[in-house]
Design a binder for this molecule. Structure first.
Ligand code: TRP
Length: 444
């Protein structure tokens, strides 16, 4: 239907960095840190690592294989390999992308504002009041709009000229900042207590189903899985890329950035003994605790804080573009829209969807619970069943260009049995009941 030939990545590195760019975002620094704090530190870290390897990595490779194999965006790709019956799964992917970006952009908007205000005036000593100020009233809508405009701008530029170019510049910048911050954090007086909390496992914590569910949900969210973002990026590959290797690189880098972000965040919060506060709240945790640390540390704190928030903005932007790209690519492939108009119309729709989240933290939390947890796990379950059981020869699709990869023989078995069982147990046993409770609490 589309008259234009399909766009492609200019280089292998460009593809990998764009996929890493999608993966590394607010999830690695903000969501990962508060979940780790809330779930007892090291125990969570370990479970999250296990979930990344056993569940995240196989699904990531599945998305890559379907995307490259079909050379199409999610709805069309699932239809290509599975027939029309699988279109609804593709629709779920697109819906998840729209909803996740709607609230993700609100948080990213706060982040931009924090970064700019810190550059102009430093960090406010009363961080909680400042957070309240940033997240209430009408201004969050304006910053959300601003961030969506940035995202739309990059996606309009296309694969090579927009997304790839942005990723090639922004991702190395983010790596350098986060690594530099970790080195600095090691010199702080509270560092060792922070490391102890972050790295010493408390074995009692590990057995809770909620911790397990959070770890699995985070593995999906952080790797951008369960809604076709990685599938869409892989659809712009042409040659015989080594997909298993590339999925290890992407998952490994994503984990590494989260891990190093923890090496920044935990020493910082232990400098002022604020660990209780981080574990206590959710959405606001890092936006309150860390700025209060930055404010207390004087000039050095301001510089460190600015760099921290710049890294967050960078990560958020490269993730947001992947969320928008799913919807844009779908509109281009299935109804033949031009990229620019698709980016504008869909971006505007998402902006509108995000307004309630910009006006209410409770709405934002609920959207994260529904789209960020339930939809992603459901999408991942559907995709693992699709690739594990429905696709005729997924092994051939994934293995082309990767004949020598040693762990590859495990992939199909993980995808057929381990992933669906683990994900279904968590989805039906924990995530959906929790979500129903959250929706009830919201209504009542
Ligand atoms: N992975 C990103 C992060 O950690 C967020 C993100 C981008 C995402 N694309 C996604 C999450 C697709 C789920 C699905 O911040």
């Amino acid at each position: 239907m589309s008259a234009q030939p399909r766009e492609q990545w200019a280089s292998r590195l460009g593809f990998v960095l764009a996929a890493v760019g999608s993966a590394v975002g607010l999830g690695n620094m903000w969501r990962f840190s508060y979940l780790t704090a809330e779930n007892g530190g090291a125990a969570f870290l370990l479970l999250y690592l296990a979930m990344t390897a056993l569940v995240g990595l196989p699904v990531l490779l599945a998305e890559f294989a379907v995307g490259r194999g079909a050379g199409k965006s999610p709805v069309a790709a699932l239809e290509h390999f599975g027939g029309r019956a699988w279109r609804p799964l593709g629709m779920l992917f697109v819906a998840s992308g729209l909803l996740i970006l709607a609230y993700y952009s609100v948080i990213a908007g706060w982040t931009v504002r924090y970064a700019l205000e810190a550059i102009l005036w430093g960090f406010s000593a009363d961080a909680a009041a400042h957070f309240g100020h940033v997240t209430t009233g009408f201004l969050p809508v304006v910053w959300h709009l601003f961030f969506m405009a940035l995202t739309i701008g990059v996606v309009s530029g296309g694969i090579k000229g927009g997304i790839e170019r942005a990723s090639l510049v922004l991702m190395p910048l983010l790596f350098v900042i986060v690594a530099g911050l970790a080195v600095y954090a090691a010199t702080l007086p509270g560092a060792s207590a922070g490391y102890a909390y972050y790295l010493q496992v408390d074995w009692d914590e590990i057995l809770s189903p909620h911790v397990l569910a959070d770890a699995a949900g985070q593995a999906f969210f952080s790797l951008s899985l369960g809604m076709g973002a990685m599938l869409t990026y892989a659809s712009y590959l042409s040659g015989r890329d080594n997909l298993p290797n590339q999925s290890v690189w992407v998952a490994g880098t994503d984990f590494a950035v989260a891990f190093v972000a923890g090496l920044v965040v935990f020493p910082l919060i232990f400098v002022l003994g604020l660990q209780e506060e981080v574990g206590g709240s959710t959405v606001g945790a890092l936006f309150i605790t860390l700025p209060s640390v930055f404010a207390a540390m004087g000039g050095a704190g301001t510089v460190v804080g600015i760099l921290f928030f710049v890294a967050l903005v960078v990560g958020a932007l490269t993730s947001a573009i992947s969320l928008l790209e799913v919807a844009v690519a779908s509109a281009m492939d299935t109804v033949g829209w031009q990229r620019r108009s698709a980016a504008l119309v869909l971006g505007a729709t998402i902006t509108v969807l995000g307004v309630p989240a910009a006006l209410s933290l409770d709405v934002l939390g609920l959207m994260d619970q529904i789209a960020g947890n339930v939809f992603l796990l459901a999408g991942g379950l559907g995709l693992s069943l699709f690739v594990g059981w429905r696709m005729d020869d997924p092994v051939a699709e994934a293995q082309a260009g990767a004949e020598g990869v040693r762990w590859f023989f495990l992939w199909r078995g993980l995808l057929r049995f381990v992933v669906p069982i683990v994900v279904a147990a968590i989805l039906f046993g924990v995530t959906i009941p929790d979500t129903i409770a959250a929706v009830r609490a919201f209504g009542g």
